[in-house]
Design a protein around this ligand. Structure first.
Ligand SMILES: *Cc1c(COP(=O)(O)O)cnc(C)c1O
Length: 426
């Protein structure tokens, strides 16, 4: 079962559940699990046996989701969490603590940017932000305190792709893992573990869930990074809150699970950003159709970009698969099957025109999300980035005319008609 389309439907639930033979992945709405005996309970708590204890730590529905996404990304293991935001947070605090540094791309999703720029520093973790379009900027910012490099496959807000392999090579030359947020690409379009990444995170809220119905996040580990070198004491030192286990050194056959197992047993167990089993189940439903949806999102996204490119009321447009786009070469290399449904463009007439355009749209919904099956639109300068000064907006390249579209899977004729009538009103 090696092909993605098949994995999306079967991975993590090949055999029907033994008691009921439920054909569809079952939803286990329970907080806790009965022990067979005092010995069984003790074995579970001391890791002599792996099994269910409490749903904050593990749940059989969530386990199906974790196995499925790990398979899609070609990873060794995964951990699902309450949101993509908590996935980013746990991916960092599972390998870095007070006094440590992270080197990150500066074109991050807004919530992650604030987390890295304000919250991690308040915990003593310094995040150095670099322009990721030149991979050498990562190398220049690495010190002996650096614990990991971080970037997104497709950046915000301008949809710039990064050269994953080049950044991964820099990370590995310094004994560091590369963590990649692949929310905008999904495993259907790009599998970063095949291009130099060691750890991948996704917001399940976006295209993986796919229907705008569920918040969730997930961290996938390749299982190949060497945590035993001493560069990552959180993983290699004895863990005082867990039987003095060294996750990197003491797991034997389970060594490839070290990073994910530590994340489950230390941050998730004690900080508690667990996903609800209901949300895991919803995400599983969405993933079944992921490859079909991403194909259509990509087709429609490119068609919208080409249409806007020739429109008299449009100043500029970007989509990574648009010939001549500055990310075109990288998109051909890392997302050859399509570059997704995100399109950004500048409407002639600036902020006022941008707002009018958004208000006139009828099929596109005006809201702060991406990756719904339905088309979405927003004017970042007056909404998501309105708290920034004009100067800050420009340095983040949020120009007043910028409109962001998350193109859905409706019929392309209806999408283009809607865009045209809204532009006509500008
Ligand atoms: C939405 C998003 C997140 C945050 O995910 P939530 O599930 O909303 O917490 C992180 N990274 C990217 C790229 C996103 O689009």
């Amino acid at each position: 079962m090696s092909q993605l389309e098949t994995q999306c439907l079967h991975a993590g639930y090949e055999q029907a559940e033994a008691t009921t033979k439920s054909h569809a992945a079952p939803l286990y709405r329970t907080t806790s699990y009965r022990f067979d005996s005092a010995e069984h309970a003790n074995n579970l708590f001391t890791l002599k046996e792996l099994g269910n204890i409490y749903t904050r730590l593990m749940n059989p529905t969530t386990d199906i989701l974790e196995q499925r996404v790990a398979a899609l990304d070609g990873g060794a293991a995964a951990l699902a969490l309450a949101s993509g935001t908590s996935a980013a947070f746990y991916s960092i605090i599972n390998l870095a603590s007070k006094g440590d540094e992270i080197v990150s791309a500066n074109n991050l999703y807004g919530g992650t940017y604030t987390q890295f720029n304000d919250i991690l520093p308040s915990m003593g973790i310094t995040v150095k932000m670099v322009d990721p379009l030149n991979p050498e900027n990562f190398a220049a910012a690495i010190t002996d305190k650096t614990k990991a490099l971080f970037c997104e496959v497709v950046g915000n807000p301008l949809l710039d792709l990064v050269d994953l392999q080049a950044i991964g090579d820099i990370a590995h030359a310094h004994g560091l893992p590369l963590i990649v947020d692949a929310t905008f690409s999904t495993p259907a379009l790009c599998r970063p573990l095949e291009h130099g990444a060691d750890i991948v995170i996704h917001s399940l809220t976006k295209w993986l869930g796919g229907h705008g119905t569920v918040i969730g996040g997930i961290v996938v580990d390749s299982g190949k990074f060497d945590w035993t070198t001493g560069k990552h004491p959180l993983l290699s030192d004895p863990e005082p809150s867990y039987w003095n286990t060294s996750f990197a050194n003491d797991l034997g056959d389970l060594a490839p699970l070290a990073y994910i197992l530590r994340m489950r047993l230390i941050p998730l167990r004690n900080l508690g950003a667990c996903i609800s089993p209901d949300n895991s189940w919803q995400a599983i439903q969405g993933i079944e159709t992921l490859p079909l949806r991403m194909e259509r999102h990509s087709e429609n996204g490119l068609a919208v970009a080409k249409h806007l490119q020739n429109h008299a009321k449009v100043e500029w447009v970007r989509h990574p698969a648009l010939e001549g786009d500055s990310s075109y070469e990288l998109a051909q290399k890392y997302m050859p099957k399509g570059s997704g449904g995100m399109v950004v463009f500048g409407v002639k007439g600036g902020a006022e025109a941008g707002r009018t355009f958004i208000e006139k749209l009828q099929i596109f919904s005006h809201l702060a999300n991406v990756g719904d099956a339905r088309s979405l639109a927003i004017h970042p300068a007056s909404t998501t980035h309105s708290q920034l000064s004009e100067e800050q907006q420009l340095s983040a390249r949020i120009t007043p005319d910028l409109v962001r579209l998350s193109v859905g899977i409706e019929h392309i004729d209806d999408i283009l008609t809607d865009i045209d009538q809204a532009l006509a009103a500008v």
